[in-house]
Design a binder for this molecule. Sequence first.
Ligand SMILES: [Zn+2]
Length: 146
Amino acid sequence: MEQFAKPGEFCPNEACPDYGQLQNGQQQNLQKFGKTRKGVQRFRCQTCGRTFTETTGTIFFRKRTPEHEILETLALLAEGSRISSLTRAKGFKEDTILAWLRQASQHAEALDEVLLKDFQIKRGQLDALWAYVQHKGQKKATQKRK
Ligand SMILES: [Zn+2]
């Protein structure tokens, strides 16, 4: 089962030789690197020199599909594309997209930042997307969103 890693547990730079390597006794390419103005922990990869925050690269760790493809798919969904048209256009299975959505909704806060900033998705579109996932997944909306 593919899984999510916690923030700061691996380098999210796909071009980095240590990309996706979880930190442990032998693997220690990441170091804490101050905090952002909002108080979010920042990390620096000593291998590639890239800095990133807790909210970077946490989303689709070790997925077969590149992260940007998944994010783009989520962005298109947020903008109102239908899953059925995305399966045709991109060749992903409907189940795959739904699985991404379900997992993404559990990381909604981290994803919000990426989708709002990098994909220029509007707040309301994101809220609608997460609401859609909850509706699709469980009938009971147990997760409270700010
Ligand atoms: Zn790196």
